[in-house]
Design a protein around this ligand. Structure first.
Ligand code: PRP
Ligand code: ZN
Length: 298
């Protein structure tokens, strides 16, 4: 592989795969990838995407196999604690918190089992793929319990008699309910993060990292943003500005042949709901138009 191409690791198949690729596409990346291929080639950027197991991403960046990685904070923090337990410091650097992949690492109990708070864990067996985060949680609460480390399929451990409780990731909660488990306690909140190698990169590569970060910021800034256009009497401007959600300074444009009416154009940093449009209309606005914002560079 070309030394001057960035290598970015992404989860091969899982909750983060689609939203990770979606961000990259929104950043302008055209990726060509054959079926089942583990490397996607960036056609219009010197950036290749490696599809790997999410648990391997911190190591790949830590060991400088990849320059960048998109991974859950949960995986990252688990790795950080694991490295610390062996006397190593984490070398990967978190460069962005991302607005997708929200989930939590939680304790869940079999439906019907009694639960009186974290003390109920005392002396019991808890199955997890996150032993270090769980041990920290237990340690902070002075709870002595047995951590059963599994490499997957944690949710079936209670049914198999391997554990009393589980500590697993919950996103929609459907995995838990399909396995008759009840979420009782949050160990950690998580979302996707972008990490990078601490190594100094060649200037060409570094410049592309900077460009990518700027574009990611642009993508995240517009996710909820809307462009709103409307006509209004000048006298209603103050009220209309008050009603527009999350706008800085709207553009006011005179309307041809109507001295007392203007067009107002504004970027709203929040979604614009029907209720807002109805209030704007009540305040005197007409010809209301709301458009999605595709890109923003500030
Ligand atoms: C997690 C977790 C559950 C599922 C929960 O897996 O292990 O299986 O997500 O999601 P739900 O609440 O929406 O049902 P993840 O995608 O992180 O993959 P991995 O654990 O296999 O790496
Ligand atoms: Zn995983």
């Amino acid at each position: 592989m070309d030394e001057l191409r960035l290598k970015l690791a992404v989860q091969k198949s899982g909750r983060l795969t689609d939203p990770s690729l979606d961000v990259l596409v929104r950043c302008g990346l055209k990726l060509s990838r054959g079926k089942d291929q583990l490397v996607g080639y960036g056609e219009n950027m010197p950036l290749d995407v490696l599809f790997v197991r999410d648990d391997d991403i911190p190591d790949l960046v830590q060991e400088d196999v990849c320059d960048l990685g998109l991974v859950g904070l949960n995986v990252l923090e688990e790795k950080r604690l694991e490295l610390a337990s062996r006397g190593h410091a984490a070398r990967f650097q978190t460069v962005r918190n991302l607005d997708f992949g929200r989930c939590r690492l939680s304790i869940a109990v079999p439906q019907g089992a009694s639960w009186e708070g974290a003390a109920s864990l005392s002396g019991r067996r808890i199955a997890t793929t996150y032993p270090f985060l769980l041990e920290r949680y237990l340690g902070e609460r002075n709870i002595k319990a047995q951590v059963v480390t599994l490499s997957g399929a944690v949710e079936i451990a209670p049914r198999l008699g391997r554990a009393d409780f589980v500590c697993d990731l919950v996103s929609t909660g459907s995995t838990l309910s399909a396995n008759h488990l009840r979420e009782v306690e949050t160990v950690m909140e998580s979302h996707a993060v972008l990490i990078r190698t601490p190594l100094k990169l060649a200037p060409e590569k570094d410049a592309w990292v900077e460009r990518l970060l700027m574009r990611i910021d642009g993508v995240q800034a517009v996710r909820e943003s809307k462009y709103i256009m409307l006509h209004a009497p000048r006298s209603a401007l103050a009220e209309i500005r008050r009603l527009l959600p999350g706008t800085e300074s709207p553009t006011i444009i005179p309307l041809d042949g109507a001295a007392d009416r203007v067009a107002v154009h504004a970027v709203c940093r929040e979604n614009v709901f029907w209720e807002t449009l109805e209030s704007l209309k009540k305040a005197g606005a007409s010809a209301l138009l709301v458009l999605p914002v595709e890109k923003m560079l500030t």
